[in-house]
Design a protein around this ligand. Sequence first.
Ligand SMILES: [Zn+2]
Length: 157
Amino acid sequence: MAIQLTSEEKKLIEHAKKAVVRYNELRNSKGELATFYAFVLSDSGKIYDGACLESMGGGVCGERAAIGRMFTEETYSSKIKAIVIFCPVPKELEYAPTPCGRCRNVIWERGTESTSIICGQYIQRKGGWEFLPKMEKYAIKELYPNPFKDPWADFKG
Ligand SMILES: [Zn+2]
């Protein structure tokens, strides 16, 4: 069954697909492999791109990289309206990878209950990148139903 997308989410996915190709062409020209990307739609209507920062010493996921860019350009009062992630895969998976636990917490803190997370996967082919048609969409509250809450938050000055 096809997922239901808003017009903003459709635009975000189209932006994401073009950006994945653009970024991967750049990576390929430097002899690098494709990576994981995330694209955040702020409640301001602006889109922020993020790539996974792979590092043995403590990398940063694409989601948090994109969210960091949102807060660089906007303020902490901005909210994440939607986030699209595209993960490179060796073959089609049953469902596309979802955000890790840390990212779920950040998306929860910086979004709303209805912030949507749209997950897609793509395969590197000889002639380019194939985006697999099947995508999943979740509300953050589905992926993170019992979020962390600071028990002392209400008691701090
Ligand atoms: Zn993550």
